[in-house]
Design a protein around this ligand. Structure first.
Ligand SMILES: [Zn+2]
Length: 245
């Protein structure tokens, strides 16, 4: 269906091309804004930060639990030290003279000392464990600090990119409103309904009888008839609006 252009508006086709250019840029910017790489990176970093915080919390809990074990064994060693002291005092006091009894006390001292040795070894192991634990905590905290600073930079970058896009969008909206004010409302309606239906590019240029959108060669009889700049032509194949050059 061909339609007559508003006679008072010979610049309609050029305006349509400019309008399409603005709208395509808006489409492009909308997609760029939605898919800004920083947003995905921030999401990943936030996930990593959450995991790191949890890991650090667990490491501190482990450290605390090891410290409690260490304290408990320290207390046991103190009790053992007291017992050994008391037994040795008995042994060397001269009050006990029966050899069998003395031998019994001696055996008890040896047993208590071996028990204490084991506990002291365990304490050393726990101290090493706490040291190792602290080293890992420090590494993770360093990693967390670096991630926190990285996310801050990325958030700033994202805000900056969004701001730039929004500024260009606002300029495009102004340009669009200006173009529309010079366009026949009927043509605008047609253009917008085509854009809704097809999306993207709906205005094509006819060059050497070929539609610039679908690249189809229009029948020469139609091309020959397309001489009137006041007529609103459509491509036979893709039905887009054709602008004559
Ligand atoms: Zn076409």
């Amino acid at each position: 269906m061909e339609r007559l252009l508003n006679m008072s508006n010979r610049s309609g086709p050029t305006i349509l091309l400019d309008l399409q250019k603005a709208d395509l840029r808006v489409d492009e910017l909308t997609s760029i804004r939605e898919n800004l790489i920083e947003r995905e990176e921030i999401k990943k970093l936030n996930k990593r930060i959450k995991e790191l915080r949890k890991e650090i919390e667990n490491l501190y809990q482990e450290k605390h639990s090891t410290e409690l074990d260490q304290k408990r064994i320290n207390d046991e060693v103190s009790i053992l030290t007291g017992k050994i002291k008391r037994e040795e005092e008995k042994l060397y006091s001269g009050r006990i003279t029966i050899p069998k009894e003395l031998e019994g006390i001696n055996k008890e001292v040896i047993f208590l000392k071996s028990k204490m040795d084991k506990k002291e070894t365990k304490i050393l192991e726990l101290m090493e464990e706490i040291d190792e634990n602290l080293k890992v905590i420090q590494l993770k905290e360093k990693e967390l600090d670096s991630d926190l600073s990285e996310i801050k930079t990325k958030e700033l970058n994202l805000t900056q990119r969004e701001k730039e896009i929004d500024e260009e969008m606002s300029e495009l909206t102004d340009r669009r409103n200006n173009l529309i004010s010079h366009l026949d409302p009927e043509i605008l309606k047609e253009y917008e309904s085509l854009r809704e239906e097809k999306g993207g590019r709906v205005v094509a240029v006819l060059e050497d009888g070929i539609c610039s959108c679908c690249n189809m060669q229009l029948p020469s009889i139609k091309v020959d008839s397309m001489r009137d700049p006041n007529i609103f032509y459509h491509c036979n194949f893709c039905e887009r609006i054709l602008i004559l050059t």
